[in-house]
Design a protein around this ligand. Structure first.
Ligand code: CA
Length: 226
């Protein structure tokens, strides 16, 4: 899962980044509202953690511009200004949840799970594909009822494919989904992740199809009917 943290307090931004990276998220950080707005217009994120008091555009303006774009992205607002007025204004603009600084990192992670689960799983149930179960909130996977170990990037590629069953995705889209913007992975790396995923999934009858020169897809046969 790809997260954009928008926070001008460097200490807090660095702390959040380290914590979320260890938890397996792909993290980009921006320290200004203007830069965040540009990134949000160019990149695809699964979640935005947004401070309100920012240089350039403030968090409210970043949020307003995000909601004018078509694509829905869950937003978790961080604010030191814990007045009722600020909260109401943020929710009116389409924030999904709030955290008032200072907050515990475990609390943050719980809120992240809650807001992303709303967006990514159907009725709060894990994603299933054939013998595979992905709990995107808890970031755990099972294959044939056994826990499946995946690296953060393998997870990112697999989640991206499963959320688009039946649709072709190309390598550029996969790169965008699993890279951090200062650390872009190559097409060769995508091939490596796909090949590792295949060796983990094929014994259970799950095939990642490739179409030469186009990309990859999971066919609809593995989709759960229940
Ligand atoms: Ca701030």
């Amino acid at each position: 899962m790809r997260v954009l943290i928008v926070e001008d307090d460097k200490l807090l931004g660095d702390g959040l980044t380290r914590y979320l990276q260890q938890a397996g998220y792909v993290v980009d950080v921006s320290t200004s509202g203007t830069e965040a707005d540009t990134l949000l217009g160019q990149e695809d994120y699964d979640l935005v953690i947004l401070d309100i008091g920012l240089p350039g555009l403030d968090g409210f303006e970043v949020l307003r511009r995000m909601r004018r774009r078509k694509r829905y992205v869950p937003v978790l607002v961080l604010t030191a200004r814990d007045t009722l007025e600020d909260r109401v204004r943020g929710l009116d603009l389409g924030a999904d949840d709030y955290l008032v600084k200072p907050f515990a990192l475990l609390e943050l992670e719980a809120r992240i799970r809650a807001v992303t689960r709303r967006g990514q799983t159907v009725n709060g149930t894990p994603l299933t594909y054939g013998a595979l179960i992905l709990d995107t909130g808890a970031r755990r996977a099972w294959l044939e009822q056994k826990p499946l170990k995946l690296t953060a990037r393998e997870w990112g590629v697999l989640e991206f494919l499963i959320l688009r069953v039946g649709k072709m995705v190309n390598k550029d889209q996969i790169v965008a989904a699993v890279s951090q913007w200062d650390d872009e992975i190559s097409h060769n790396a995508v091939e490596v992740y796909i090949s590792r995923l295949r060796s983990k999934l094929e014994p259970a009858g799950i095939r990642i199809h490739a179409v030469r020169g186009f990309g990859y897809y999971l066919d609809k046969q593995g989709e759960s009917t229940g």
